[in-house]
Design a protein around this ligand. Structure first.
Ligand SMILES: NC(=O)C1=CN([C@@H]2O[C@H](COP(=O)(O)OP(=O)(O)OC[C@H]3O[C@@H](n4cnc5c(N)ncnc54)[C@H](O)[C@@H]3O)[C@@H](O)[C@H]2O)C=CC1
Ligand SMILES: O=C([O-])CC(=O)C(=O)O
Length: 330
């Protein structure tokens, strides 16, 4: 498909905080490139349609050169009709004192229904990123309800965790984010996630070198990244929004346009059974995008320190899938 063919992008939860932050950057070309025309389709719950209409008015007022249309729906079948990109953001966010797993029952049903509808009406080359929490398991549920769509088209957002890990490393090393590459986030988008720096490059140093300070790694770096969402809720009184929107845009951008040469990123994909992750669990891996497809970086040596942490997060993912068993097709 040429880069000037209009892209059909459906955004759910369009009137929510992440949706509001994402839409303007999509319209401005940050996600698919500044030369790619975009048709936006916004899905909201009926009570939030009026707010989505207000957002659409503001999108109009941006006079974005590549924004061809904005349509608003409260019906998933209509909203996903012909969608090439589905940004599944619409779901309940957590409040103070909740863990993401507390959202499992509240949000899972949304993704069963949306998987079915995507299966019926989306474009053949559909790509999905699930942002609504618990994102990994919601993506697994949606994929399970879309038997005609290749499972690898269903991904979940762990790019925010990846970006957070880069930011923390940059602070530690006193360098810029651009001086850091090959960070990996493994597992669940939850406090069990494992941001792995053993293969990273940090302003000319190896990440393994930084990791020799185990006290910093274990007591500072890993928990700061893994608990950043909670720290933001504590500070802001609401869960992260602009950073989540930005990471969602980074995710689709790199999926479509490719990762930087000599670097990789992190995304949660249905496991093909590599690195000891059971097949089908939607797990975060280090990935490169090649020819518009995610490829899990192969051949990384996983030391004992990393193995234990990856296994713990994978065990949590397996537990989440068991907990939503009644929402998975038999
Ligand atoms: N994966 C990640 O890195 C991150 C995920 N999140 C998650 O993203 C989700 C959205 O967060 P916010 O935008 O802050 O929440 P929000 O409450 O501001 O907005 C959510 C919007 O979704 C809409 N919605 C709910 N169910 C829907 C459905 N079935 N179809 C269409 N729209 C629906 C609501 O009406 C609301 O406007 C939450 O689950 C949050 O936990 C948040 C930050 C990072
Ligand atoms: O923590 C939350 O509930 C929102 C989120 O997923 C994040 O900021 O990583």
């Amino acid at each position: 498909m040429s880069s000037t063919t209009p892209a059909v992008v459906t955004v759910t939860g369009a009137a929510g905080q992440i949706g509001y932050a994402a839409l303007f950057r999509i319209a401005a070309g940050a996600m698919l490139g500044h030369d790619r025309p975009v048709r936006l389709r916004l899905l909201e719950l009926p009570h939030a349609v009026s707010a989505a209409e207000g957002t659409a008015m503001e999108l109009d007022d941006g006079a974005f050169e590549q924004l061809l249309s904005v349509d608003i729906f409260d019906d998933a079948r209509a909203a996903f009709d012909g969608a090439e990109f589905a940004l599944l953001i619409g779901a309940k966010p957590r409040a103070r004192g909740m863990e993401r797993a507390d959202l499992l029952q509240a949000n899972a049903a949304i993704f069963a229904e949306q998987g079915e509808v995507l299966n019926d009406v989306a474009a053949a080359d559909l790509r999905v990123v699930v942002v609504g929490n618990p994102a990994n398991t919601n993506a697994a549920i949606a994929a399970a309800h879309a038997p005609d769509i290749p499972p690898e088209r269903f991904t979940a957002l762990t790019r925010l965790d990846h970006n957070r890990a880069i930011a923390q490393l940059a602070h530690r090393a006193g360098c810029a984010a651009r001086d850091i590459s090959r960070v990996s986030v493994w597992g669940n988008h939850s406090p069990t996630q494992y941001p792995d720096i053993f293969h990273a490059r940090v302003a000319g140093r190896s990440g393994a070198d930084l990791a020799t300070d185990r006290a910093w790694l274990v007591d500072d770096f890993i928990p700061t990244v893994a608990r950043r969402g909670t720290a933001i809720i504590e500070a802001r009184g609401a869960s992260s929004a602009a950073s989540a929107a930005s990471a969602t845009i980074d995710h689709i951008h790199d999926w479509v346009l490719g990762t930087e040469s000599d670097d990789w990123t992190s995304a949660a994909l249905p496991s093909p059974g590599v690195y000891g992750v059971p097949e089908g669990l939607v797990c975060s891996f280090p990935v490169r995008s090649v020819g518009g497809r995610w490829e899990i970086v192969s051949g990384l040596e996983i030391n004992e320190f990393s193995r234990a942490r990856i296994d713990a997060s994978v065990a949590e993912l397996a537990g989440e899938i068991t907990a939503v068993g009644d929402l998975l097709p038999a």
